[in-house]
Design a protein around this ligand. Structure first.
Ligand code: SF4
Ligand code: SF4
Length: 90
């Protein structure tokens, strides 16, 4: 699973930056086209839900999603890893 913020919904309130036990959300620096400073994600693969959701078969933690007043936080299925040839040049 991959954690993501929907920029069309986020209003930059930064509540998510205060609740995550892993401090995955950090205050953003640059405003987007709507003038909203959306938080940045710091190594979101550390999120409990990203790591263990498939193992437990249900959503875990989710405190950030419950806290967000604009339903801007969600998880996406990642594409399965596909083997591909790697050309190595010596
Ligand atoms: S689900 Fe929990 S661990 Fe994952 S980003 Fe949200 S608050 Fe942090
Ligand atoms: S809590 Fe939701 S609306 Fe507020 S900054 Fe985080 S993602 Fe954006």
């Amino acid at each position: 699973m991959k954690l993501a913020i929907d920029e069309t919904r986020c209003k930059g309130c930064n509540l998510c930056t205060k609740v995550c036990p892993y401090r995955i959300f950090k205050e953003g620096k640059n405003p987007n086209r709507r003038g909203i400073v959306v938080p940045e994600l710091d190594r979101p693969e550390r999120c409990t839900n990203c790591r263990l959701r498939h193992l437990y078969g249900r959503q875990l933690c989710g405190v950030c999603q419950l806290t967000c007043p604009d339903q801007a936080i969600h998880w996406m299925d990642e594409e399965p890893y596909e083997l591909h040839k790697v050309a190595i040049e010596y």
